[in-house]
Design a protein around this ligand. Structure first.
Ligand SMILES: CC/C=C\C/C=C\C/C=C\C/C=C/C(=O)SCCNC(=O)CCNC(=O)[C@H](O)C(C)(C)COP(=O)(O)OP(=O)(O)OC[C@H]1O[C@@H](n2cnc3c(N)ncnc32)[C@H](O)[C@@H]1OP(=O)(O)O
Length: 280
């Protein structure tokens, strides 16, 4: 089979350089299967694929590449066998520099808009724990296959930060208002099986390769469908959520910076980081 592993940054150097000070393409790899036209984006930022500034920039570049090269599909998965993504990098949120946190949250918004609103068919193979921002990443894709025995959800309530409108909108659109409310207000993490029960994921499988096959199956379902019509339909289906968040994006980000910078939230974040350190 003809596989081409693309160093994204060959084609998107300009974009990435203007986005990031991180070394080029260090946190993920994008591999295109030229026979199917489906690309796999494998997150590879040990130990837990936390979403640092550089990670978000590379994710943005990958999604942009998928759109520009008109891939038939994009599968997002993790190189780690235990963690899909631990979400936002807590070090970016703890004791932040005011300009950096503003730009960091704007970058997160940009990436989310790009992924959620892209016309490329997308699927997530969640082969490990997927927490908060990690769950957002999976929910922004169209289809989710999860490997059993892991946890997924948005734990902001336990970390002491509010769940932001973008996260809420995504959760609501997948599992509905009541289930979202029950889960988000207590920061519930679902097991893979519970996630399937509530509709947070579409399938549960025994391992990553089985998951990739299922995701490819979902994406192959569009082979006979006009890519243009499909892409436009997806955008129309998602436009209400996107419009509302675009309209309020600057207001949301400024409010969030204010909340994150507050003493109470910083104390909670500090305690959360301490708990993680002490669990060993
Ligand atoms: C206006 C709107 C615009 C934008 C909205 C934006 C944002 C809204 C603001 C806030 C919302 C917050 C969203 C988040 O995503 S906050 C992050 C929440 N995530 C977590 O709490 C996950 C914590 N991690 C874990 O539970 C475990 O690490 C995990 C289950 C993922 C894996 O467990 P494992 O036992 O395999 O590993 P550990 O030993 O726990 O961790 C290894 C290593 O990694 C460090 N680590 C873990 N998670 C993070 C993280 N999220 N960020 C940074 N670092 C992380 C951990 O401390 C260990 O480090 P070390 O001790 O140095 O080895």
């Amino acid at each position: 089979m003809a596989f081409r592993t693309k160093n994204l940054f060959e084609k998107t150097t300009k974009l990435v350089r203007s986005y990031s000070s991180d070394k080029i393409y260090t946190h993920m790899s994008l591999t295109l299967n030229e026979q199917t036209g489906i690309a796999t984006l494998e997150l590879a930022k040990p130990p837990v694929n936390s979403m640092s500034f550089g990670f978000l920039s590379q994710l943005a570049a990958a999604v942009q590449q998928s759109e520009a090269d008109k891939y038939k599909g994009l599968i997002i998965t993790s190189r780690s066998s235990g963690v899909f993504s631990a979400g936002l990098d807590l070090k970016e949120l703890h004791h932040p520099d005011s300009d950096r946190i503003l730009n960091y949250l704007r970058r997160l918004q940009d990436v989310w808009f790009q992924l959620y609103d892209c016309s490329t068919p997308t699927a997530a193979v969640i082969n490990g724990h997927s927490i908060a921002g990690g769950c957002l990443l999976a929910l922004s894709c169209e289809y989710r296959v999860m490997v059993n025995s892991f946890k997924i959800g948005m734990n902001e309530a336990l970390v002491g930060v509010p769940v932001s409108p973008m996260f809420i909108a995504c959760m609501q659109s997948v599992i509905g208002q009541w289930e979202a409310e029950k889960a988000l207000l207590v920061g519930r993490l679902f097991t893979s099986e519970e996630a399937l029960g509530v509709g947070l994921v579409d399938e549960v499988v025994g391992g990553k390769s089985e998951g990739v096959c299922k995701a490819e199956g979902y994406l192959a379902g569009f082979r006979e469908v006009s890519a243009r019509a499909r892409g436009l339909s997806k955008r129309y289906l998602r436009q209400e959520v996107v419009r509302d968040l675009v309209r309020r994006r600057e207001e949301d980000v400024k409010k969030l910076v204010e909340i994150i910078s507050s003493r109470g939230v910083q104390d909670s974040l500090g305690e959360h980081l301490e708990r993680m350190k002490n669990k060993k």
